[in-house]
Design a protein around this ligand. Structure first.
Ligand code: THU
Length: 157
């Protein structure tokens, strides 16, 4: 499948390749579990992220949130999909790495649960695509505060 909404025709396989590259940058001296993410905006831009750990543990940041915060801090507000790859540093093969609850909540803030796609990768060839609404059922989001619909009208907020 290609994402044809934006300027570029990004393929899922290309987004996965970028997530795998980002995983190489993971800073994980404590868990040795390396995660990479590639976040595609509706306009066709891609922001990558890796997990970044900390000696005090709690300041650690997941790959997905690194990608989101990079993107939002550059002015992006509309997102189409995120590819996520993760596994132990010494793993021969990767297995599906589902986003943690905190990262799902960050997705809920900026993405439309009905359309945003979460791409989980087992290996380069095998991957599964989920909608945010299935990854985070009954999620609490901006719409619950009556401010706006999730994923909609985010540009001027
Ligand atoms: N981690 C991520 O970056 N993303 C996920 O989806 C799951 C967990 C990181 C956090 C921590 O650095 C390491 O993986 C082990 O939990």
């Amino acid at each position: 499948k290609s994402y044809k909404e934006g300027k570029s025709k990004m393929k899922e396989s290309e987004l996965i390749a970028l997530a795998l590259q980002a995983r190489e940058k993971a800073y994980t001296p404590y868990s040795h579990f390396k995660v990479g993410a590639a976040l595609l905006t509706k306009s066709g831009n891609v922001y990558t992220g890796c997990n970044i750990e900390n000696a005090a543990y709690t300041p650690s940041n997941c790959a997905e949130r690194t990608a989101f915060f990079k993107a939002v801090s550059e002015g992006e507000r509309e997102f189409a999909a995120i590819a996520i790859v993760g596994g132990a540093a010494n793993a021969a093969e990767l297995d599906y790495c589902a986003p943690c609850g905190v990262c799902r909540q960050v997705m809920m803030e900026f993405c439309d649960p009905e359309t945003f796609e979460v791409i989980l990768v087992q290996s380069g060839e095998d991957y599964q695509v989920y909608l945010l609404k299935d990854v985070l059922p009954m999620g609490f989001g901006p719409g619950n505060l009556g401010k706006r619909e999730p994923g909609k009208n985010m540009k001027d907020q």
